[in-house]
Design a protein around this ligand. Structure first.
Ligand code: GA4
Length: 328
């Protein structure tokens, strides 16, 4: 099992910036667009309330996920391997990353990933698919609302400049269910070594925007600009939003793609569901002209989402994927 070499929360000692807390944005407030822009510039991460996604729908999907992850391992394994869609256990991506996590990765606009699932779970798979589809539609609506408020806040016309990419029928978006089992008993008893068990290693998300909801078990941490790690207190009725690499590029570095990870130190299992909103494969990812001031140059070489994603799958989780596309 993989363990971090640094003692837990040791990073706080190195924390040089004052951290006022995870930005909280109430989407129903008239000034939320200004707060959203600020949060994306400062952290690339924030929490939203009054999001409009029905709590019963969230609970229904959570029950489906719990039911799936409670199945015998041999059954779940039949819905694998994640190549890239399907069930995965401990191995993340194709290049040797591992974590204390099992997961289900699905596309949102085709049915790949579901076929494996359906062939094993028959009618139960149908209901699962219905709930996932309903949930994805609801969180996509919220993500688009946020992206439109961000466009307003940045004074970009048209206001769907970002959101239209998620609404495109060819949008290459992904949905992920992660289950972090409780930390093994032996390690719980031996807290003296104070080491973190990694659930999901540090990384940035390649897409435009990610929408995360978890149960009430902690574990998620975000990295500040000074490299310190900040734990994100869980909140099962709110959503956490990440800026992805593509949005960093489209804003020419004004918004920051946030580095994050999950530590699995808990005696309770953690369940998270994440929608990754991505553009169509053929989309050119470049700073929006409306955002470029005066002689401002793009910080990035031009690339398509296909090229970026293709390269991402050749990298390790912690790699800086944007590095390859930065102009020197
Ligand atoms: C990180 C964000 C999403 O979870 C994901 C991940 C993907 C995977 O798990 O297959 C990747 C990772 C993620 C980035 C680099 C590559 C691809 C694992 C990995 C090592 C589904 C995604 O789109 O990129």
């Amino acid at each position: 099992m993989v363990v971090l070499s640094k003692p837990a929360f040791d990073h706080f000692k190195n924390c040089t910036t004052f951290f006022p807390g995870i930005p909280l944005v109430d989407l129903s407030r008239p000034d939320s667009k200004t707060q959203l822009v600020k949060a994306c510039e400062e952290f690339g991460f924030f929490k939203v309330v009054n999001h409009g996604v029905p709590i019963p729908l969230i609970k229904e999907l959570e029950s489906e996920a719990v039911r799936f992850f409670s199945l015998p391992h041999s059954d779940k394994a039949k819905a694998g391997p994640p190549d890239p869609f399907g069930y995965g256990d401990k191995r993340i991506g194709p290049n040797g990353d591992v974590g204390w996590v099992e997961y289900l990765l699905l596309t949102t606009n085709t049915h790949s990933g579901y076929q494996k699932f359906a062939s094993i779970f028959g009618e139960a798979a149908e209901n699962f698919r219905r709930v996932v589809n309903e949930y994805v539609l609801a969180v996509r609506r919220m993500a688009c609302e946020i992206l439109e408020m961000l466009a307003d806040g940045l004074k970009i016309q048209p206001r769907n400049a970002f959101s239209k990419l998620l609404m495109d029928e060819k949008s290459d978006s992904v949905f992920r269910l992660n289950h972090y089992p409780p930390r093994p008993q032996a390690q719980l008893q031996d807290q003296s070594n104070g080491r973190n068990l990694i659930g999901f290693g540090e990384h940035t998300d390649p897409q435009i925007i990610s929408v995360l909801r978890s149960n009430n078990t902690s574990g998620l941490q975000i990295s500040l600009k000074d490299g310190s790690w900040i734990p994100v207190p869980p909140d099962q009725t709110s959503f956490f939003i990440n800026v992805g690499d593509s949005l960093q590029v489209m804003t020419n570095g004004r918004f920051k793609s946030v580095r994050h990870r999950v530590v699995a130190n808990s005696s309770k299992s953690r369940l998270s569901m994440i929608y990754f909103g991505g553009p169509p494969l053929s989309e050119k990812i470049a700073p929006l002209a409306a955002l470029m001031e005066g002689e401002e140059d793009s910080l990035y070489k031009e690339f398509t989402w296909f090229e970026y994603k293709n390269n991402a799958y050749k990298t390790r989780l912690a790699d800086n994927r944007l590095g390859l596309f930065e102009k020197i």
